[in-house]
Design a protein around this ligand. Structure first.
Ligand SMILES: [Fe+2]
Length: 149
């Protein structure tokens, strides 16, 4: 990909939250200070150590971190886009990235194309208990029977 194509891909695929969106989030969280909250959006606001997706992550993340800093009831940040189940931190909270549903990105050092389209789709189930303990379970969705006797 030449630099022009790369710049075009970044323009189309990276994430950026508009000032209006951040103002809306700040207002909604300000109206609900007593309830634990998840903040969910598409692009991870940090690098994940996967160059292909790091180039098209959410940019302007300091502006989002500033909003979250005003709302301690935010338990975690949830996102997708990266096609890999991942756990890290952002703005002092857990940042959980959902697995891919149409492909799984290969990590640096793995052989093959950028994405594994044969990998099964995945899902992340987040639970929050009464002590504000967040637990996340990731599962592949294979279409097989999962009933128990
Ligand atoms: Fe995406």
């Amino acid at each position: 990909m030449d630099p022009g194509e790369q710049a075009e891909a970044l323009r189309i695929h990276h994430g950026f939250l508009a000032d209006e969106t951040l103002d809306w989030l700040d207002g909604v969280l300000g109206d609900r200070r007593e309830a634990p909250a998840f903040v969910c959006f598409h692009h991870p606001p940090v690098t994940l150590g996967v160059p292909y997706v790091d180039e098209i992550r959410l940019f302007g993340e300091d502006r989002l971190a500033a909003v979250l800093g005003r709302h301690p009831q935010v338990v975690a940040v949830l996102c997708g886009h990266a096609h890999t189940a991942a756990a890290t931190t952002f703005a002092g909270r857990p940042l959980l990235v959902a697995p891919g549903v149409v492909s799984t990105i290969r990590l640096p050092g793995q052989n093959g194309a950028v994405a594994d389209h044969a990998a099964p789709p995945g899902v992340a189930l987040h639970t929050l208990d009464d002590e504000r303990r967040l637990t996340t379970h990731c599962r592949a969705v294979t279409g097989g029977s999962s009933t128990s006797a």
